[in-house]
Design a protein around this ligand. Structure first.
Ligand SMILES: [Zn+2]
Ligand SMILES: [Zn+2]
Length: 313
C-alpha cells in the first residue's frame, strides 16, 4: 500500500461531500470517459487534451475546473496523464450498472422453468424497483426475490438476464457464507435461531419468534447492514463438497437455475438438530442418493454422509 504517496485530504471526504463533487453532468462525463479509456486501453492514463476531446468540452477553462474538482478523490493525476482512483471507478461502474439514474421494469412474464414445489411447467418473472422476482403462478409460491442492477438488463435477452441473475445470487450467497458482504466487502456474520426444529411453533408469543417459514440463517453485514436470508441449501449450493457429490454422479448443479432446486428454495430440506452446539442438517438429493450435510452455527461443514433415497432398493 502506498498510502503515504496519495493525496491525504481527499481520503477524508465524507460520502455527502464526495457525492456533491459529482453534482455536474460534465464531471460524470469525465468519469465515464476515463472508464471507457481504461477499458479500451487506447490512451490510459489519458492526457488532458484527449480527455477534453472525448468529453466534448468546448471551453478549456471550464473543463479544467471540473477536472480539478474530481482530481484527488475520484481521479489521480500522474506524470502520464489522468486515471481513475478506486472511488471514481466505482462511481463510473455504478452509473453503467444504472444504479443511480435508470428505472426499468418488466413482467410479470412467463418463463421456462419447472416449479420445484408443485411441478408446474412454467414460472413467472417480474422486475420492479431493481428487484427481480421469480414465482410460480400455479402454487403462488415466491421462489426468489433479489436485487439486480437495471444496467444488467441491457443487451441481454430475458433468458440471458435470468442466467446472469442465477450467477449473481449464487456468488453473493457464497460470498456471504465466506464472511464477505457482496455489497460493500465488509465482514458478514451469520445468526441462527437458538431453537431446535419443532420447538419453534410452541414458542410463538415472543416478538422475536420467527414465523415458521422464515429461513434458518440470516447473514448480516457489520459495516453496511446488508442482509441476506437464503435457505440453508442455497448457502451450501456452491460448497465444494456439494459440487463434488453431484459431479461424481454425473450432474452439474450449475446446469439448473437454483430456484428450480427444491432444497435451495425450501426450508423443508433443512432441520436444526441440536442447539449446544448448534447443528443444522441439509438433505441434498441427486439422482437416487442424498448428501446429508451438517453445519455449525457459522455454516462450516461438520460432517457429510451419503444416503440412499430409495431404502427398498
Ligand atoms: Zn408451483
Ligand atoms: Zn456490507
Amino acid at each position: 500500500m502506498d498510502r503515504e504517496r496519495t493525496e491525504p485530504a481527499p481520503d477524508d471526504l465524507v460520502p455527502a461531500d464526495a457525492f456533491s463533487l459529482l453534482g455536474h453532468d460534465r464531471r460524470v462525463d469525465i468519469l465515464r470517459a476515463l472508464l471507457e479509456a481504461s477499458r479500451t486501453g487506447d490512451e490510459y492514463p489519458a492526457s488532458f487534451s484527449t480527455l477534453r476531446e472525448q468529453v466534448g468540452a468546448e471551453v478549456s477553462a471550464q473543463f479544467n475546473y471540473h477536472l480539478g474538482e474530481l482530481t484527488g478523490h475520484f481521479v489521480r493525476r500522474t506524470d502520464d496523464g489522468y486515471e481513475l482512483r478506486y472511488a471514481g471507478w466505482a462511481v463510473a461502474t455504478s452509473i453503467l450498472e444504472g444504479t443511480y439514474n435508470r428505472r426499468a421494469a418488466f413482467g410479470p412474464e412467463g418463463i421456462a422453468g419447472r416449479c420445484p414445489h408443485c411441478g408446474a411447467e412454467t414460472l413467472v418473472a417480474s422486475y420492479r424497483e431493481e428487484w427481480l422476482t421469480i414465482e410460480c403462478g400455479a402454487c403462488d409460491d415466491r421462489l426468489v426475490r433479489y436485487p439486480f442492477p437495471p444496467g444488467g438488463l441491457e443487451s441481454r435477452s430475458l433468458p440471458d438476464v435470468l442466467e446472469a441473475f442465477d450467477r449473481r445470487v449464487r456468488s453473493h450467497v457464497a460470498l456471504a457464507r465466506d464472511g464477505v458482504c457482496p455489497a460493500c466487502t465488509g465482514p458478514m456474520a451469520v445468526t441462527v435461531p437458538s431453537l431446535v426444529d419443532g420447538d419453534a411453533s410452541t414458542d410463538s408469543d415472543g416478538d422475536d419468534a420467527a414465523p415458521e417459514d422464515d429461513p434458518i440463517a440470516t447473514f448480516r453485514c457489520r459495516r453496511c447492514g446488508n442482509r441476506l436470508r437464503p435457505e440453508p441449501g442455497l448457502v451450501l449450493l456452491e460448497h465444494e463438497r456439494v459440487v463434488r457429490f453431484a459431479a461424481e454422479r454425473g450432474r452439474s448443479l450449475s446446469a439448473t437455475p437454483f430456484w428450480e432446486l427444491e432444497w435451495c428454495v425450501s426450508g423443508d430440506a433443512a432441520s436444526v438438530t441440536a442447539t449446544e452446539p448448534w447443528r443444522c442438517t441439509v438433505s441434498i438429493p441427486v439422482g437416487d442418493e442424498s448428501l446429508l450435510i451438517t453445519v455449525d452455527d457459522e455454516f462450516a461443514v461438520q460432517s457429510a454422509t451419503v444416503e440412499s433415497a430409495e431404502p427398498d432398493r
